[in-house]
Design a protein around this ligand. Structure first.
Ligand SMILES: *[C@@H]1O[C@H](CO)[C@@H](O)[C@H](O)[C@H]1NC(C)=O
Ligand SMILES: *[C@@H]1O[C@H](CO)[C@@H](O)[C@H](O)[C@H]1NC(C)=O
Ligand SMILES: *[C@@H]1O[C@H](CO)[C@@H](O)[C@H](O)[C@H]1NC(C)=O
Ligand SMILES: *[C@@H]1O[C@H](CO)[C@@H](O)[C@H](O)[C@H]1NC(C)=O
Ligand SMILES: *[C@@H]1O[C@H](CO)[C@@H](O)[C@H](O)[C@H]1NC(C)=O
Ligand SMILES: *[C@@H]1O[C@H](CO)[C@@H](O)[C@H](O)[C@H]1NC(C)=O
Length: 710
């Protein structure tokens, strides 16, 4: 028998059945009767947590609206231990269950972390300790948490039927201080652990960093976080791996390959495809390295595979393949974010990804679609600096997705991408007038943890007709200057979400914000120069007439200012312009004998349709429509529109209650038991099992029952 400080806990059942057997680390498995206080009858599932130094097991039981979590570390634990849940794998935005001893009593605490700092205690405590013990370096405990606590400050994640990233951490003492070890793993707490299919006999090739030195490159700003990229040419890889240089292949599975020497330093990896539309091959060869690559590699933006520490293999559903190669994607770029907190020198890395593929193309292709709240200054106006919270939001209306998508999109994964000022992102989906909520919950965005996560069960598909709103929130308190612009560099910002889905759809499956390029006061106001005023023309017509490059935002360094009459009567000199914009001049352009009046009235006509389409305004002197459009979206037609109605998201409905005293464990239903229940009460269950309460202990946050199950 173990000895414990607490008389109450002493009587708990599991202690009675546990025998002390020396543990030989490697051989231990789940539910090992010799070592585990966790019994198959009480706990539905078990998963070994991957760790080099610790033998840790997660036990879990999804009940109707509560989840039981069990933690069992077989060695090296002498202080507090913790499990965490997060929307991205990092500590930022994670919720933690800390189990430790305080004043001779075991307690379980509900905490959360908004940054890489000590997690703070939630105001609303939603965890109940079922049992805890620690001896000879072994720690075991069980807790109950509600599936949805509706934490008043939004600190908890709803436990749903989806794979999530969980964290573990152990400390050396029971005072809750810095951890001595930590890690992350993936699990679906509502399902049995899934075995990945075998990879035997699957052809593959590897895309690996070419033994790069792990060191921040020139132009970098943070030596503890180097980002390095390498180019990979499928025309070189193909012939060695069983496919032709320009052949499209279907990727069926992607698996991280970590160099043994540097695996602790590889923080995240992203495989990008370069689109040959933009990509210039000049100077870029197979295995060329970009030593400083914190921004997305230019021209190579299509994310094919994001991986973060603890991430399992990405396995596509049967009959679904991710196409790569072919004429479109000859080059791939592997970006690796290394974490080197001790600035260790001389490390060489050749980590990367193993790509399993088939040349027998599968029935369905996976695709990547995007919601782009802004990646450059044409899409979003700069954010004001010095603000704790600045939010931008952009919608894709129902009519638009109805036109663009021809069938449902099955969502495989969702990635959030902002830069260093980003604090929160949300993609909300409204279907048939009902707000289904957030596609992927992540309570705090973390630039250092950009993971691909499964969507919530309520939105496993996006449907034609869904109205989708992307919101990005930034904290610009520490931004230098007056504004933060949208752009590629990490000093600039982005609001960007690629979504992995199948089956791939043929047409425009990217949506993005646009700033209306036409100044709405040009549409609504009369001309200022007398010439135009006397004809009752708009400021729009006058502006276009007087300075064509300024009006159309041509690059004025290339095209110096010229007026429309000069252009229309300019003949061959302006031929390139007429090729681009065949309607710019009235028919008199052919004979180059246009008059001022003809061109001015033509400008007014052009403005009438531009104002209507781009700003939503009628053109002066018609003042019928005076409210400008609020939204532009390049994936939609028409591209500009008023903000769609967004019904409120439904109010959070709590599921489960960690402080209730009645729980159901497998087939044993435990009725509500008053706190002063004497031990050894017998409880009948629906099946012929019996449970005896051997102890009912009151802790800070509720009552724990210790049962003997027969
Ligand atoms: C990197 O080093 C490994 C092991 O020494 C070697 O097998 C591999 O060919 C090297 N890769 C490159 C691109 O040099
Ligand atoms: C729009 O045009 C008006 C009149 O030319 C000008 O005063 C104003 O600055 C312009 N606004 C923008 C945003 O360019
Ligand atoms: C300009 O048009 C408006 C609206 O049609 C009209 O009220 C006004 O009299 C016109 N002005 C001139 C100078 O023609
Ligand atoms: C311009 O030239 C065309 C073709 O020569 C002619 O038909 C037209 O009448 C001319 N217009 C003016 C305003 O001179
Ligand atoms: C503006 O509104 C008036 C009254 O509703 C209507 O008669 C007129 O045709 C409208 N003008 C345009 C250009 O739509
Ligand atoms: C949980 O149960 C306790 C005691 O039965 C009750 O006081 C509390 O309001 C419940 N909380 C929720 C969120 O239902």
């Amino acid at each position: 028998m173990f000895e414990f400080g607490m008389n109450c806990v002493l009587r708990a059942l599991f202690l009675a059945v546990v025998t002390t057997v020396p543990i030989t680390a490697q051989e231990v498995g789940c539910f090992d009767t010799a070592t585990s206080p966790f019994d198959k009858n009480d706990w539905s599932y078990c998963q070994k947590i991957p760790s080099d130094d610790y033998n840790i097991f997660l036990y879990y039981t999804p009940l109707e609206d509560t989840v039981l979590l069990g933690f069992h570390a077989l060695d090296n634990t002498e202080g507090w231990t913790a499990l965490g849940i997060n929307g991205n794998g990092g500590m930022k935005g994670a919720t933690f269950i800390i189990v430790r001893e305080e004043g001779g009593e075991w307690i379980a605490e509900d905490r959360h972390a908004m940054d890489y700092v000590m997690p703070t205690l939630d105001d609303q405590q939603d965890v109940r300790l079922l049992f805890a013990k620690q001896e000879n370096g072994q720690t075991a405990w069980g807790v109950a948490i509600p599936q949805n606590s509706c934490d008043s400050e939004g600190n908890d994640y709803e436990i749903q039927d989806r794979t999530i990233t969980m964290l573990w951490a152990v400390g050396t003492s029971h005072a809750f201080e810095t951890h001595t070890a930590r890690g992350q793993f993936q699990v679906n707490l509502m399902q049995a652990p899934k075995e990945l299919p075998s990879t035997d006999e699957l052809p593959y090739f590897e895309i690996l960093m070419p033994n790069v030195t792990v060191k921040m490159g020139e132009g970098g700003t943070d030596p503890t976080n180097p980002y390095i990229c390498s180019y990979h040419d499928l025309a070189e890889i193909g012939p060695l791996s069983g496919f032709a240089p320009e052949e499209t292949i279907h990727v069926t599975r992607l698996s991280a390959v970590l160099s043994p020497a540097t695996k602790a330093n590889v923080h995240h990896m992203i495989l990008y495809a370069c689109s040959s539309d933009d990509f210039s091959y000049e100077g870029k060869k197979h295995l060329t390295v970009i030593p400083e690559c914190v921004s997305m590699p230019g021209d190579c933006r299509e994310m094919k595979w994001p991986w973060a520490v603890g991430g399992r293999d990405s396995v596509f559903p049967e009959n679904v393949g991710l196409p790569i190669g072919g004429a479109m994607h000859r080059f791939l770029v592997l970006q690796v974010h290394y974490y080197n907190p001790t600035l260790k020198e001389g490390m060489k890395d050749n980590s990367g990804v193993r790509v399993y593929f088939t040349t027998d193309l599968l029935e369905q292709e996976a695709g990547v679609m995007e919601f782009v709240g802004g990646v450059n200054s044409f899409q979003q106006l700069p954010l004001p600096a010095g603000k704790k919270s600045v939010s931008i939001s952009f919608s894709t209306p129902s009519e638009c997705t109805k036109n663009v998508w021809d069938r449902p999109l099955n969502i495989l994964g969702v990635l959030h991408h902002m830069h260093r000022y980003g604090t929160y992102m949300e993609i909300s989906v409204v279907r048939d007038g009902v707000n289904l909520g957030n596609l992927r919950p992540e309570s705090h965005y973390d630039f250092k943890h950009q993971s691909m996560d499964e969507p919530v069960p309520a939105i496993r598909q996006l449907l034609p007709g869904d109205q989708i709103t992307q919101t990005c929130v930034y904290d610009t308190t520490n931004a230098p200057g007056d504004f933060v612009e949208f752009g590629d560099t990490t000093q600039q910002e982005m609001c960007y979400t690629p979504i992995y889905y199948y089956p791939r759809q043929a047409y425009a499956d990217s949506f993005g914000a646009m700033i209306p390029w036409l100044n709405s006061s040009w549409c609504a106001e009369p001309a200022t120069s007398e010439d135009f005023q006397s004809s009752n023309l708009s400021l729009c017509a006058q502006t276009m007439y007087e300075n064509v490059p300024l009006f159309y935002h041509f690059d004025t360094e290339v095209e110096s200012a010229f007026d429309l009459l000069t252009a229309c009567n300019g003949g061959d000199t302006f031929q390139a312009l007429f090729d681009e914009m065949p309607d710019l001049c009235p028919p008199c352009q052919v004979a180059a004998n246009c008059t001022h009046e003809e061109v001015a009235f033509h400008a007014q006509d052009l403005c009438a349709s531009l104002c209507n389409e781009v700003t939503g305004l009628s053109l002066y002197p018609d003042m019928n429509r005076t409210k400008p459009y609020e939204y532009g979206n390049w994936g939609c037609s028409p591209s500009y529109y008023y903000e769609p109605n967004a019904p409120e998201a439904s109010v959070c409905r709590a599921k489960g209650n960690s402080s209730i005293d009645a729980i159901e464990v497998n087939d044993i239903v435990l009725p509500k038991i008053p706190k002063d229940t004497p031990a050894e009460v017998s409880l009948e269950s629906s099946a012929n099992t019996q449970a005896v309460v051997v102890a009912a202990c009151t802790f800070g946050v509720g009552t724990a029952l210790f049962l003997s199950i027969m």
